[in-house]
Design a protein around this ligand. Sequence first.
Ligand code: DGT
Ligand code: CA
Ligand code: CA
Ligand code: ZN
Length: 576
Amino acid sequence: MQNAEIARLLGDVADLLEISAGNPFKVRAYRNAARTVADHPDPIAELVADREFDLTELPGIGDGIAKEITALVQTGTLPQRQQLVATIPPGLLDLLRIPGLGPKRVKLFHDRLQVNSVADLKDALDQGTIAKLGGFGPKLLEKIREGVAGGAAAAQSRIVLHEAEQYARAIVEYLKAGAGGGIDAIDVAGSFRRRKETIGDLDIVVSCANAPAVIERFSKFGDVTQVASQGDTRSTVRLSSGLQVDLRVVEPSCFGAAMQYFTGSQAHNIELRKIAQAKKLKLNEYGVFRGSKCISGRTEEEVYAALGLDWIPPEMRENRGEIALAKQHKLPTLVRLEDIRGDLQMHTDASDGKATLTEMIEAARSLGYAYIAITDHSPRTSMAGQSPAEIRAQWKEIDRLNKGMRGLRVLKSVEMDILESGKLDLPDKLLAEADYVVATIHYGLKQTERQLTDRLLRAIESPWVDAVGHPTGRIMPSRPSYPLDFDVVAKAAAQAGCLLEINGSERLDLPDTLAAAAKSHGVRFVLSTDAHNTRELGFMRFAVAVARRAWLTAVDILNTRPLPEFLKGLRRSRNR
Ligand code: DGT
Ligand code: CA
Ligand code: CA
Ligand code: ZN
């Protein structure tokens, strides 16, 4: 890792602290440290590796920041930055890279105009709301406008997994269809394969004897606006959306090693290389080598085996302890999509969904589910909510449909708002008649952490609330979580036997890190899609991705159980 990169990340921390109104002394400390690192003549990464050297000897670097830098060099991520990024909209980082915009202005736009991304800023410029803030002369506005136009593509923000998948599929299909059928294997590596919630760029690995043909075809993909770099076996292009795509073409004998290398994460790979070194081996994108002899590389399994490790699922490759488990043959059996027997949140045109009840049921049946919950909204949801009478009418219809149906059971349910006051939007009497109730917050998101936490606790206290849906309220990429004491909520949910939902829509809520934290408190989960049309029922794969990144197994997730067990596992079964 270069000094410039370390300095940039330290600078990010200063900016993020400033945007979130952090301690000004801490802001200054990070800025000073960034300057020290940027100006230092030797690679800081080497100083970190040198155990004799004490980073705090450098000007402006105290104990805390020294520890941060050490963690960064060793794991590839800066803990402070990770923490801060989790609490602010990720799009704000892109705004900071626009010429003329520093943390003060980004904070102002965010606080006053709810500008959270480059796209929001463009809208605000177009609507003239920035000029109205005062302090922005025509020259400065023009500079910002230019930055948005020119910089937006270059400062391409990370895209949500859902969107990345559409590009990935299109490119893979396109490459497969050409190259004279000479492609032996093709797969997407990088953060996409690790199923991270957002993707910086796509990394595609192809095994093919005729590399030039693949490289040539790749550069002609319809959506390519720029070939950024090209070689005999590699190419990097930019698509019209600004998304970058890296391609590597390798020999079949190296495909496993290339997939392993380009899947990363960098922190995981660094650890693997250390293991290889300790065994007097060399590991790179071409294989595992003893001297100049390649001892494995065709498959990933062989690469891990050569290092004395079990194959590690990509979602776990973040250097969070998975390598030690692989060494001891103790990796967990992560939940798979095939394990999921029901989808527990979806909407019909009775609220804000696009499809009818029967269309949703038919689509769910074709996915092979044993049960689904129809969770249209409660009255509080403006425009979309159903009154108690309408809910009862829908349930009556569901009873009727269930009678004529085999294989699939439709559960009578509702997505009930937890009101601003903390009260539930529907009376217990009605809730008791449901098969399953998911409670969620949609309004009053600007309340304090205390208020929002208390609202969730009130729902968790109710014997008729089976699950809390999209618990943090975040929506990718631009709406962050509402303020929340998540540990308190997770502990209460575990204690009460209330499920927490992992929502596979673009909310991706719970996020993977919180799902992992919740598991450690003994929480049980339910996975759902929150589908608003039949296509979105397929979003279960994203909920599963989050669950796998959180190291969840089928045992942690109630809707991996057959229907009778699922119903018995709901807390309401104890009240009957
Ligand atoms: P992203 O694209 O920001 O969402 O994250 P990744 O993990 O896909 O990162 P990317 O695209 O820069 O590189 C893909 C993988 O390739 C990365 O996870 C590890 C490996 N890799 C690429 N360049 C390097 C490098 O310079 N050093 C090491 N150790 N690994 C690298
Ligand atoms: Ca990538
Ligand atoms: Ca890349
Ligand atoms: Zn909702």
